[in-house]
Design a protein around this ligand. Structure first.
Ligand SMILES: NC(=O)c1ccc[n+]([C@@H]2O[C@H](COP(=O)([O-])OP(=O)(O)OC[C@H]3O[C@@H](n4cnc5c(N)ncnc54)[C@H](O)[C@@H]3O)[C@@H](O)[C@H]2O)c1
Length: 373
């Protein structure tokens, strides 16, 4: 049995614990957080074994255990590196690292040691994303020409976020969220879908801005970004992230036969609908009522909505564990994580770089789940 441990037991760790309930064969062996009070509360709530230091955690585990890095983004590189150096596989919350030199170093380390390295988000393995991917593969929409993907969360700086608490009582880390910025926090949700479906991005043309620099904490981290992604396969996507514009989590794949649309991309079981395009006399219409696209056969069970999303945060971990047990590559590969990291950083930092950014990394299209072939 491969052991699993959590490092960082704040807001998102509770969401992982609830998600893990859906997998009988996955359980957490140890937990570590450098905040002793938080560690105690979390372990008490979930009845888990605490480790008192990072070193004691890393050495208590059998070699090649899986470490879930759920710390804040600024700690991701340091923790991911320590886990790989200690000989463990790593599933990291996003972003993999805050710059590409660090991200490349992690990939090098993982490859050199023959360890798995993957990064959240994992919603690309959800029923909704897999259904969308299959619909594209099955030519439901015809040749895809353009994707519009929106991740606008509403005017968050005015939200009562000080009252947002996780199940075991961790406050929503607004300072860290504002400092990291919604692009680094959220672009990966769509990038994993888009790159998973359409393959690697060739060029990014983006702009980003801090529209509300005087939030509760002063930060000039972008709270808005818009990017045009030119994929090597020829498809083009527009991706918007903000914590300013009204809530909109819609993704639309526009093709020669019509439009494939998902209204709630943060719902793992949100319907995928196909809006057929047709002509009536002199008018061209995308059918206002979309036909639901369904997968045949068994699908992962639905997850209850908690906070902002109905997502199973453990799908990526389950995939990594299945890959280890079956002796195969993990669908969510290190190359996939690295490429998503590169594109995300290109969008986040667009304000500073401006113009066209040519991507240096690449990866394969994501293999569909067996139940979605
Ligand atoms: N908050 C959300 O809704 C949400 C959703 C999805 C993903 N995420 C991602 O999850 C990660 C964590 O976010 P969060 O909201 O749980 O943050 P958080 O601040 O609530 O929790 C992070 C925890 O990590 C601990 N930590 C930080 N550095 C550490 C270190 N070096 N060693 C040990 N422990 C350390 C902190 O003490 C804290 O308890 C981020 O990458 C974020 O992008 C968050």
């Amino acid at each position: 049995m491969t052991s699993i441990a959590i490092i960082g037991c704040g807001f998102v760790a509770d969401l992982y614990m609830r998600s893990l309930e859906q997998f009988q064969d996955l359980s957490i062996d140890y937990v570590y957080d450098h905040n002793p009070a938080r560690l105690a509360t979390f372990c008490d709530y979930w009845k888990l074994k605490p480790a008192q230091t990072l070193d004691s955690l890393l050495t208590a585990l059998e070699p090649e255990s899986i470490l879930l890095n759920l710390t804040n983004p600024s700690a991701h590189f340091e923790i991911n590196q320590a886990c790989l150096l200690a000989g463990h596989h790593v599933y990291s919350e996003k972003p993999l690292a805050m710059d590409m030199a660090q991200a490349n170093a992690l990939l090098g380390l993982a490859k050199e040691r023959g360890l798995m390295l993957a990064s959240a988000p994992c919603s690309v393995l959800s029923e909704t994303a897999q259904t969308l991917a299959k619909a594209v593969r099955d030519d439901v929409v015809g040749t895809p020409r353009l994707i519009y993907a929106e991740l606008d969360d509403g005017f968050i700086p005015q939200a009562p976020y000080r009252d947002w608490k996780s199940e075991s009582g961790a406050p929503w880390p607004f300072e860290d969220e504002f400092r990291t910025g919604c692009t680094l926090e959220h672009a990966g949700y769509y990038l994993s879908w888009l790159i998973g479906i359409f393959g690697p991005v060739d060029r990014v043309v983006a702009a980003s801005a801090a529209l509300i620099p005087d939030k509760e904490i002063d930060t000039d981290t972008p709270d808005f970004s818009v990017a045009v992604l030119f994929f090597k396969s020829g498809v083009v996507a527009r991706l918007t992230c903000s914590i300013v514009a009204p809530h909109d989590h819609q993704i639309r794949v526009i093709g020669d036969k019509g439009v494939l649309a998902v209204k709630k991309a943060w719902d793992n079981a949100a319907p995928v609908r196909f809006h057929r395009r047709f002509r009536i006399r002199r008018r061209l219409i995308d059918h206002p009522i979309g036909k639901k696209v369904r997968l045949k056969g068994p699908r992962p069970s639905k997850v209850k909505r908690r906070g902002a999303a109905s997502m199973n945060f453990a799908l990526g971990l389950a995939e990594m564990m299945a890959a280890l047990r079956e002796g195969r590559d993990c669908r969510m590969s290190a190359d996939f994580a690295l490429h998503i990291n590169e594109v995300t950083l290109a969008i986040q930092n667009a304000r500073a770089t401006e113009g066209v950014q040519k991507m240096q990394t690449s990866c394969e299209v994501l293999k569909p789940m067996t139940w979605a072939r």
